[in-house]
Design a protein around this ligand. Structure first.
Ligand SMILES: O=P(O)(O)O[C@H]1O[C@H](CO)[C@@H](O)[C@H]1O
Ligand SMILES: O=c1cc[nH]c(=O)[nH]1
Length: 375
């Protein structure tokens, strides 16, 4: 019998192992083959896939009460839910330099700067996020002068960061590698700053499937290009599979909040996260295209049937990392086109600007509501 070639962290679980599926001579990167399913789920096609790797790192929210090894971890969430890191090496480090944010534990008093943060809003570009921070500043009625809202990461041009009251706004660039680097350092920052009960929301744009452009999709589950609720992270020469479920109550709260905004088109649905904008999203207009229009439409229609309503490029890793580190996460993206109709984004500048404001408006209303600032 093949022994499982790893030691499991309490937060990681091989839910079921199908030894008959293990290749006779597994390569070093296919040491364990298992059949994965988050324990709280009934079996479904989305989860019932034999994968090259094999470990589900469960989100705290899906830990069954009977799992005693996880109970203490879970109990730390009662009352205050701290942001936690899952790295035994961090504690022994004399200093932690958050290189891409130009911040550090020795150079900055992170608790003094950030301990009161309750909401983190992330989005692609420095300009968009600066505009959002200024908008939030106005909406929260903060006394500080607008000119005093400075980019906290000004010492680097990798990302930007603004703090307006309890709201931290950070840019993340395009795609999984870019947002993933930012999230590692942001999560450590929130941890070092002893933040608790933090909600993180990605505000973005996306391509819709079978829905009118301008619709805001609130993601319930982020799925990969195979419509599976998973994020595969290559670690050394293993692929570790992580769950991509987002916070259900949070998405419902956001949806309810959207109902109070006049003429706001919104829905809750699955969001597909890809590694590429062109071939990866089935576009016919990239520099490379090796499939037919029929194949493209067949793929997008299958995605729709699987519950996917929009496509973007960051949601799976955000869901996976935040779920593991005790952050309630949501993804709110407006759709710029219906991919069943076209591939090119041909909106006028004004319409594009208007569409991009919808998610921002929703998030600002949500934060104001949470802070008891609504009329
Ligand atoms: O508008 P943002 O938030 O960047 O979102 C989408 O747009 C970019 C591609 O144009 C990708 O980052 C994708 O996720
Ligand atoms: O089609 C689109 C539009 C915006 N962002 C994407 O990732 N895809």
């Amino acid at each position: 019998m093949l022994a499982l070639g790893c030691e499991l962290d309490p937060d990681q679980e091989v839910v079921r192992t199908r030894l008959e599926d293990v290749p006779a001579s597994p390569s070093p990167s296919t040491m364990i083959v298992s059949f994965l399913r988050p324990p709280s789920h009934a079996p479904c096609t989305a989860c019932e896939t034999v994968m090259t790797v094999h470990i589900v790192e469960r989100m705290a929210s899906v830990i069954p009460a009977s799992n005693s090894s996880m109970r203490s971890d879970r109990n730390t969430y009662v009352g205050k839910r701290f942001v936690h890191v899952k790295n035994p090496y961090l504690d022994s480090m004399d200093e932690d330099i958050l290189y891409h944010l130009d911040l550090g534990t020795k150079t900055h008093n992170l608790p003094a700067m950030f301990r009161d943060v309750k909401f983190v809003c992330v989005g692609r570009s420095p300009n968009r996020m600066k505009a959002f921070a200024l908008f939030m500043h106005k909406e929260l009625g903060l006394e500080e002068a607008e000119e005093d809202i400075k980019d906290i990461c000004a010492g680097t041009d990798r990302y930007c960061m603004y703090k307006t009251g309890p709201v931290l706004t950070v840019s993340h660039g395009m795609g999984i590698p870019s947002i993933s680097i930012m999230l590692h350092e942001l999560i450590k920052l929130l941890h070092h700053a002893q933040c608790c009960d933090v909600t993180i929301i990605r505000i973005g744009t996306s391509g819709g499937i079978g829905i009118a452009p301008g619709t805001v999709v609130i993601t319930d589950i982020a799925v990969d290009s195979f419509f599976k609720p998973r994020f595969e992270q290559v670690i050394l020469d293993n692929i570790v599979t992580r769950s991509t479920e987002l916070h259900k109550e949070l998405s419902e709260e956001l949806f309810n909040c959207s109902k109070e905004i006049p003429n706001f088109r919104t829905l809750i649905g699955h969001t597909m996260c890809t590694y590429d904008f062109y071939e990866g999203q089935g576009r016919l207009d990239g520099a490379l295209c090796s499939f037919s229009r029929e194949k493209k439409l067949d793929y997008l229609k299958r995605a729709y049937k699987a519950g996917v309503r929009n496509i973007e490029m960051e949601s799976t890793v955000l869901a996976a990392m935040c779920g593991l580190c005790g952050l309630k996460a949501a993804v709110v993206c407006v759709t710029l086109l219906d991919r069943l109709d076209c591939d090119q984004i041909n909106l006028t500048h004004d319409v594009l600007v208007e569409y991009q404001q919808w998610p921002q408006l929703l998030i600002s209303n949500f934060i104001r509501q949470r802070l008891g600032l609504c009329d």
